[in-house]
Design a protein around this ligand. Structure first.
Ligand code: HEM
Length: 125
């Protein structure tokens, strides 16, 4: 039996993940490189689904992501690698502001990185 706490638990659970995602989209929607992609999005839905996605991705056994398939949602948005990298920069900055440890931050960014192929469909750099 593995008694090691999940990243989700080490992070501080539901409240902290909610805070991370809220602050994150606040930044993203002010970012010239990213904001146009969200013009047609229902942001309260995105935040809600993203919180569930992140909770599950970070190891919360009580959360089952029930949102849309990531490829279906992102494949026609023409997202570039540069935009994906910027997405990670915002996440990193906010997690650092929240005083997440270096190791936990690396783990979080590694999880996100695994989804690059489901998000980035543009061949542009
Ligand atoms: C540059 C990076 C990204 C951009 C510009 C972007 C953009 C978007 C947009 C516009 C939507 C709303 C789509 C719609 O309502 O039709 C969305 C939804 C979503 N995205 Fe992303 N995304 C990015 C990266 C990611 C990453 C890295 C993940 C996960 C690790 C992710 C997970 C999700 C989820 C879970 C939803 C909600 C799906 C639903 O509503 O059921 N996105 N994204």
């Amino acid at each position: 039996m593995d008694n090691k706490k999940s990243l989700y638990e080490r992070f501080g659970g539901d409240q902290q993940v909610s805070e991370l995602i809220d602050q994150f989209y606040y930044k993203v929607l002010f970012d010239k490189l990213l904001r146009d992609k969200f013009l047609k999005a229902d942001m309260s839905r995105v935040r809600y689904q993203q919180k569930r996605f992140f909770s599950q991705m970070m190891g919360d056994k009580n959360t089952q992501y029930t949102g849309k398939d990531l490829v279906e949602v992102h494949k026609d948005l023409n997202i570039t690698n540069q935009q994906f990298d910027k997405f990670k920069v915002h996440l990193k900055n906010i997690a650092q502001d929240m005083e997440v440890s270096g190791a936990d931050l690396e783990e979080l960014l590694d999880h996100v990185e695994k989804h690059r192929d489901q998000i980035v469909f543009s061949k542009a750099v």
